[in-house]
Ligand binder design. Structure first.
Ligand code: FAD
Length: 383
């Protein structure tokens, strides 16, 4: 069994590190977080470097990469900031769903604009009364001649307020059917008449931003429907494998950064005349943190490899997302303890990692929902 990256994959990793060193040095990351500012200049640098193009097929202007490339990118971006990693990932998943499910005409219309950085995408599925229970969704669209009219309210939409954003909104088009047979995906510009956004005050992910979105008689042409009426669930499922692996890779990258920060601190910080890392209590904590991240990484790469080989990996991607996001939260808590008062201070990066980590076990399906799914794959009927 071999677990080696290709020369191209190593080069990709190295080029992202260089790009991030140049465009997102630590002081800038701290400032963006403090200002709650979307990193537009960095996004432009990603566009210029072709990072957005990486996982897209060459036929649509992409570079023909796969889930392994996506995982490398997510790991490296989130190593600097999981929040910044979301500014990349959230977009890409929506774009890839178009590759899987949009018509040829829709792909030719949306993908070039997206890959050139002229528009951004966000996903909007959750609602005040429909989180884990997505079937309780109430936002709906009704046909009106050549258009659809959308009404409802969405919640927790990451990056929906970023400039030139096109919201990928999932709505009910058949309110009587089960959501898997009655939900559809529409693409709606965030400044279209009738759309209103409210930026929410969240613990972390301050650069990507999290939004509440209101749809009041929003009229969209029928060609904004992606994948066919009542086929929204198929669109979600088409992108699930890559999304879960990438979420796990982001958690691994951020968790590794936390471990590295804590190790360095334990070497530099002296109390009682010696580095604090020479206390077994601290050294063992660091050993556990490092082991936890390594285990998460192994699960994530195995899942990525299965997906890249087109094997059904629902169990593995779910385990990877569950374990990596929980490892991230666990090591952030331990990293904070290693750094004492310095960890709790916003002048040190641990504080930012600690805030950002908490979304990982909630967003993109909570840990409890991942466990339900794993249990159901074992033959149980957990709801
Ligand atoms: C920072 C952030 C960004 C997000 N970005 C987006 C986005 O871009 N687009 C989008 O559509 N959504 C987004 N979400 C929403 C996210 O997907 C939901 O928060 C998540 O699905 C949980 O829904 P909820 O918050 O309503 O919690 P609930 O579903 O109300 O759950 C509350 C608690 O109950 C548990 N629970 C619920 N049902 C069960 C069950 N059957 N078994 C066991 N436990 C259960 C949950 O695990 C959780 O612990 C984001 C959320 C966050 C925090």
């Amino acid at each position: 069994m071999e677990m080696e990256f290709s020369e191209e994959q190593n080069m990709l990793r190295e080029s992202i590190r260089k790009l991030m060193d140049k465009h997102a040095p630590p002081a800038k990351l701290r400032q963006w977080d403090k200002d709650r500012a979307y990193p537009y200049e960095l996004y432009d640098a990603w566009v210029e470097a072709g990072l957005l193009r990486m996982p897209f097929p060459e036929a649509y202007g992409g570079l023909g990469g796969n889930v392994i490339d996506m995982a490398i990118i997510a790991e490296e971006l989130s190593y600097r900031s999981a929040d910044i990693g979301m500014c990349y990932g959230g977009n890409i998943f929506c774009g890839l769903n178009l590759v899987h499910k949009a018509s040829e005409e829709q792909k030719q219309f949306w993908l070039p604009q997206f890959l050139d950085g002229k528009i951004r995408f966000s996903i909007s599925m959750s609602e005040p009364d429909a989180g884990s229970d997505i079937g309780a969704m109430r936002t709906n669209a009704r046909r009106d001649g050549d258009d659809y009219i959308i009404n409802g309210q969405k919640l927790w939409a990451t990056s929906a307020g970023a400039k030139n954003n096109v919201i990928n909104v999932y709505v009910k088009t058949d309110t009587k059917a089960h959501y898997r047979q009655g939900m559809s995906l529409f693409l709606v510009e965030h400044d279209r008449p009738g759309v209103k956004l409210r930026k929410l005050d969240m613990l972390g992910r301050r650069c990507a931003g999290t939004y509440e979105v209101f749809f009041d008689e929003v009229r969209v042409p029928a060609d904004r429907l992606i994948g066919g009426e009542n086929k929204g669930w198929d669109v979600v499922m088409a992108g699930l494998q890559v999304e879960r692996v990438t979420a796990a890779a982001g958690a691994v990258g951020a968790a590794q950064a936390i471990v590295d920060l804590a190790i360095q601190f334990a070497k530099d910080r002296r109390q009682f005349g010696k580095p604090i890392g020479n206390n077994q209590a601290i050294a063992h904590m660091l050993a556990d943190m490092s082991t936890e991240v390594e285990a998460a990484r192994s699960l994530m790469w195995r899942a990525a490899w299965l997906v890249s080989a087109n094997k059904n990996a629902l169990r593995e991607i779910t385990m990877a997302k569950l374990f990596a996001s929980e490892a991230y939260v666990k090591v952030a808590n331990q990293g904070m303890q290693v750094m004492g008062g310095y960890g709790y201070n916003a002048e040190f990066d641990m504080e930012r990692y600690f805030r950002d980590c908490r979304a990982a076990t909630v967003a993109a399906g909570t840990s409890q929902i991942q466990r339900n799914l794993i249990a159901n794959l074992m033959g149980f009927k957990v709801t």
